[in-house]
Design a protein around this ligand. Sequence first.
Ligand SMILES: Cc1cc2nc3c(=O)[nH]c(=O)nc-3n(C[C@H](O)[C@H](O)[C@H](O)COP(=O)(O)OP(=O)(O)OC[C@H]3O[C@@H](n4cnc5c(N)ncnc54)[C@H](O)[C@@H]3O)c2cc1C
Ligand SMILES: NC(=O)C1=CN([C@@H]2O[C@H](COP(=O)(O)OP(=O)(O)OC[C@H]3O[C@@H](n4cnc5c(N)ncnc54)[C@H](OP(=O)(O)O)[C@@H]3O)[C@@H](O)[C@H]2O)C=CC1
Length: 506
Amino acid sequence: MASPPNLEKPTKFVVVGGGIAGVTCAEQLACQFPSEEILLITAAPLIKTVTNFKQVSKTLEDFDVEEQPSSVLEDKYPNLRVLLSAVKSLQTKEHSLQTEGGQTVQYEKLCLCSGARPKLLTRDNPHVLGIRDTDSAQEFQRRLCKAKRIAVVGNGGIALELVYEVEGCEVIWAVKDKAIGNTFFDAGAAQFLIPSLEKEKPKKSLPCKRARYTTETDSSSHSPKGSSMSTHSYTHIIGSLDSGEPGSALGPDWHEGINLRGADKVSHRVHVEYQCEIQHIYSQEEFLLSPLRSQKPNAGNWPVYIQLTNGKIYGCDFVVSATGVVPNTDVFLDGNNFELASDLGLRVDEHMRTSEPDVYAAGDICTACWEPSPLWQQMRLWTQARQMGWYAARCMAGDILEEPIELDFCFELFSHITKFFNYKVVLLGKFNAQGLGQDHELLVRCTKGQEYVKVVMSGGRMMGAVLIGETDLEETFENLILNQMDLSSFGEDLLNPSIDIEDYFD
Ligand SMILES: Cc1cc2nc3c(=O)[nH]c(=O)nc-3n(C[C@H](O)[C@H](O)[C@H](O)COP(=O)(O)OP(=O)(O)OC[C@H]3O[C@@H](n4cnc5c(N)ncnc54)[C@H](O)[C@@H]3O)c2cc1C
Ligand SMILES: NC(=O)C1=CN([C@@H]2O[C@H](COP(=O)(O)OP(=O)(O)OC[C@H]3O[C@@H](n4cnc5c(N)ncnc54)[C@H](OP(=O)(O)O)[C@@H]3O)[C@@H](O)[C@H]2O)C=CC1
């Protein structure tokens, strides 16, 4: 049992937030300063740790994430203490913060990693849900099992995952755009993926590699049920403790361990409404009393109705607002002079420093405001939360030790591996020609049901790529993007499947 943190004297390094960014930052500091006490303060009882980290290529990385009790961290690092309490106020001038539990903590260097929360269509409607942490995923599951029709609004990561995973329930998917998945793909990739929504889902043959979330509620043990804590186990079943505090964000494969089945017999029925937004959400009572009822006599009896900007009305059991996130910058930062970016993230410079002295930030809470590499952009993703947490720790250490720190190589090239509609998806660089204006051309190779390969070229150089399916091209394309070789002479042969492009560049 770890001894409680000593809060009498200032702590050299304090990190706020037990998600990937905060835990990675605290672990890195604990390793680098074994004789200093590192304090991690977090609102929720479970923390997120990275396991099975693999550097797949120069910039692509793959890892599992486990949600664990904080004691695991304290056992691993004797100089790391975890304080389970939400921070409620911060005075940067005094280098001090207060927690909901009444503790005052003095720090020398502070890193804020308190994440983000769903940017919901509305917070006032009990029929509108967001999905962020284990508790909200369980609430979604609880409602889904009784539902026959749900509406999903938004066209990013969560919507893509939900519409594919939900079975036994009709899904009305309202997207603003002409094609699905606008945050990750273009219309071509969307067209490649759409047939997967219309056919039966393949039976899962491979075990899930990630931590699984179940509805265990035994708060006494704080330990995984019926499974070892081995990092190689495929069956980490972790309980959610309904603390009422915001938990850390879910991530890859969050839906693997929970049953996403509705109350109906349909296996997979998704109806996409393109180029529309929600105009109004009516409760059952409002709808029944409104003139719309007589205009739409067949709308049925549902707990909630959505009216879309294309004039259509759908009744449903509930609405999932998968409409992005907003950084947690309004909670305890009042009274200080933090500069915020237009997306409300804490602005950080190339050393992850906020505008307040000795305060750094990493992960979903921050907005990278340095001059980025032409091939990198910030997206609020698990990988970037880990990279930023790790790099912020190095910058904090560099400042204390007065050592120069260069911007880490991971910020040279945007790279993300994920899975949508059961296809492996790799995104590299300016995968959607972000910021390239008209000055680019696209090369595409597509085999229906098998692979979709798109590269973004500008001035004969490869600037980005989308690889869907088992293309085995990620390493070669990563190299081509990083070395910015002139590829004009290849023309369209760059994607010719009968040419082994690797042979030219190895
Ligand atoms: C459903 C879902 C699926 C996702 N899937 C993927 C994916 O497939 N791939 C991917 O790369 N990314 C994915 N993401 C995004 C990814 O999970 C996040 O970008 C990442 O986890 C952010 O980590 P973080 O540490 O910055 O923030 P968080 O994980 O949100 O952690 C914030 C921490 O701060 C704590 N906290 C908050 N307020 C306070 C306070 N006042 N005082 C103290 N502590 C506080 C919270 O308890 C929490 O521990 C997904 C997100 C969601 C919601
Ligand atoms: N596999 C993965 O990598 C996954 C990653 N995630 C991450 O988790 C976080 C949360 O996911 P998610 O909520 O899907 O966020 P995303 O940012 O991925 O997507 C939000 C979507 O909602 C749209 N939107 C925003 N406001 C409205 C509105 N008022 N009406 C209709 N549509 C709207 C956005 O459109 P526009 O862009 O035009 O504003 C965008 O299409 C993100 O950081 C995401 O990257 C989540 C799941 C899987």
